[in-house]
Design a protein around this ligand. Structure first.
Ligand SMILES: Nc1ncnc2c1ncn2[C@@H]1O[C@H](COP(=O)(O)OP(=O)(O)OP(=O)(O)O)[C@@H](O)[C@H]1O
Length: 298
């Protein structure tokens, strides 16, 4: 388990990360989500000792990253897939990484196969697409056969096949008992395969929970299509129900279709269509991050 407690980082006057506290459990994929500039990269850099926090700490099964004897065997991370020598072949890049981290060279061929880069192993990284660099960077993170993966926006530059491959890979990794912490500013994409979410905005933690719990915060609304929208809105207001009309479409909050249809029927309001809709995970998270944006700009 990864335990992040009270992480804080200030750059000049800018508080990039403020009192960030959450944990990431094994056997599940945890998405780290928030708009650009929310503090995701800074938090992840602090998690692997690349940026020094002003305060707070990160522990891996109780041990801080700097105290891990062989960090590459415990935590594999990809924080910037562009960080590689352009003149080196994929194989040589991985060999150099293995040598620097004291890992067996034999792992190089295994990880090349694991990320599907065997046929490109002798090509120079400088000629790689961003998607291929992402695969190579992931191969580097896997060299130490770690049980924890930290990936910052790993699907950047991947084509749809690559994204599907990555999702399956990370899901399998977690199913085998691994811990996966993966950031993205694309909520829809993370909700496709993460089980837990850590949501941040403006450098602060906004929510940390399972995808189901965060989705359940979504509000159910009743949508009515009627040729008498103004009459209906007035009637509902008389019953203390909040409704908004746009053209012939009326959206009513905090009630059920049964109540709305009964009110309409009792007052001879013609209803053409009546449906119920629950806000999506995306909407719930956008609401959360919008609150933080308002907070930040206040
Ligand atoms: N080295 C730095 N020096 C100064 N400010 C920084 C530095 N790194 C990050 N920041 C600032 O800290 C804030 C958080 O940035 P961070 O990159 O962590 O956000 P993010 O959620 O990863 O966003 P993105 O997805 O755009 O990378 C931003 O306002 C950013 O400008």
């Amino acid at each position: 388990m990864i335990t992040v407690s009270g992480l804080t980082k200030q750059y000049g006057k800018r508080l990039a990360v403020q009192d960030m506290t959450f944990y990431v459990v094994a056997g599940r994929v945890t998405g780290f989500v928030g708009p650009n500039g929310a503090g995701k990269s800074t938090t992840m850099r602090m998690m692997v000792g690349l940026t020094r926090p002003d305060s707070g700490e990160v522990r891996y099964d109780g041990t801080s990253y700097t105290d891990l004897k062989y960090p590459a065997r415990i935590v594999g991370s990809v924080l910037d897939a562009r960080c590689m020598h352009p003149g080196r072949t994929a194989r040589n890049h991985l060999r150099a990484m293995a040598a620097t981290s004291g890992l067996p060279a034999g792992r190089v061929e295994e990880v090349l196969a694991e990320v599907g880069l065997e046929t490109a192993a002798d090509q120079r990284a400088g000629g790689f697409s961003l998607g291929m660099r992402q695969r190579l960077a992931l191969a580097g993170a896997l060299l130490g056969d770690p049980r924890i993966l930290l990936l910052d926006e790993p699907s950047n530059g991947l084509d749809p096949d690559g994204i599907r491959w990555l999702r399956t890979y990370l899901t399998d990794f977690a199913t085998r008992g691994g811990t996966v912490f993966v950031s993205s500013h694309l909520i829809g994409e993370l909700s496709m395969f993460a089980q837990d979410l850590v949501v941040v905005g403006g450098g602060r933690l906004l929510a940390a929970d399972s995808v189901e719990t965060i989705t359940a915060r979504g509000e159910t609304v009743v949508i009515v299509r009627t040729p008498q929208p103004t009459d209906l809105v007035e009637l509902l207001a008389g019953q203390h129900l909040h409704a908004e009309a746009t053209g012939q479409r009326v959206v009513v909050r905090g009630t059920t279709t049964t109540t709305v249809s009964q009110i309409a029927f009792d007052h001879r309001i013609r209803v053409v269509e009546l449906t119920e809709s629950t806000t999506s995970l995306e909407d719930s998270l956008l609401d959360l991050t919008r609150v933080s944006a308002e907070f930040a700009s206040a």
